[in-house]
Write a protein that binds this ligand. Sequence first.
Ligand code: PEP
Ligand code: MN
Length: 455
Amino acid sequence: MVDPSEPVVLADPAVIDGLDYWRTLPIAQQPSWPSADAVAEASAELATLPPLVFAGEVDILRTRLASAARGEAFLLQGGDCAETFVAATANQIRDRVKTILQMAVVLTYGASMPVIKMGRMAGQFAKPRSSDTETRGGVTLPAYRGDIVNGYDFTPESRMADPSRLVRGYHTAASTLNLIRAFTQGGFADLRQVHSWNQGFARNPANVRYEHMAREIDRAIKFMMACGADFEALKRTEFYISHEALLMDYERPLTRIDSRTGTPYGTSAHFLWVGERTRQQDGAHLDFLSRVRNPLGVKLGPSTTPQQVLDLIDKLDPEREPGRLTFITRMGAGRIRDVLPELLETVKASDATPLWVSDPMHGNGLTTPNGYKTRRFDDVVDEVKGFFEAHRSAGTHPGGIHIELTGDDVTECLGGSEQIDEATLATRYESLCDPRLNHMQSLELAFLVAEELGA
Ligand code: PEP
Ligand code: MN
């Protein structure tokens, strides 16, 4: 483990060859900052601030992900599409952590293996957009790129990119992570407590379908207690943070040289991923991420070719290091069964063992006639099923799920046991970006995935 009292040496391009090579490459999805000086000032400030995570924790996560890639663990990654500064409240952070912990208990039971818990939290503030601008009622303004860049309000002032938001993003991430650490180390994650929350879910008449599994979990816990299992140890849990490494003016200054090994680590999160829109083979994002030691994810959409997957492996995991690379597939329920099998066969025939994770959210978007961006719960479930089917045929491990979710009772996705319909979407639609599963839908998904895992 890293000794936190050791001084952290700042990454310096003169010291680490190539760490700034990305600056010479084409780069997608960056904001137009109003002044180069202002963004340089914000980046310089970030470079003086402490790392959010320690390199030693990042290394432990890599070993956890390696076991998932070998088929001995399962990854649960979840959180908002876009975190916002105002929603970084104690209650909202608590409820998201609680939802992830509740899902993890169900998945652990279904998989009979450890579940790695990871939030899209404490840094998921920057969003790629399909257009640089947005037009409403004849007025065109810059698109909202996430709270770390500009404001959501549709006014010229708010939509102007503001570099001071980079620093606010860091501090919001720090306080979010602090609370996550407190909850997951301080007793909130106690297995018996999390299980009792799940019993509440299964007692709801809408969820009778899941009562049987909840009872089985209850018996398993009672059995463990009777055997004298160490419930003190089960009061705490590891919890990792992750986000899309999109905004280079945030990621680069938070990259530090590990004093143990002299190698660079992104210290904005344990796990960083590249989005579907920024994974160009010769682009800036891949070049930069290829040079940090963190475990990395890459989103793979339905147009991904086998050759692209092999190229990504060569670029990001040239050493074929266990746990280094995770492919997060987001094909859409209608495409997953056509596209994934060939990719799995290609990788199987190579010398790489990436972790495969299903994001059943981003390929299943639709807009309702009344104008809401939504997703159908049934499509989400169907994509996960297609993911499991493809892995069963290929003999590979379906290693995790990546979900946009919240602990709140929002109405953003259609369906689920509460049967949210198009008219209901308007009652509590809060996401500024993509629609999330609410607390109940998230738990329901966990029970359904647990059934797949146990099958
Ligand atoms: C996201 O995860 O919010 C996202 C934008 O995903 P993708 O890059 O897969 O479209
Ligand atoms: Mn999203």
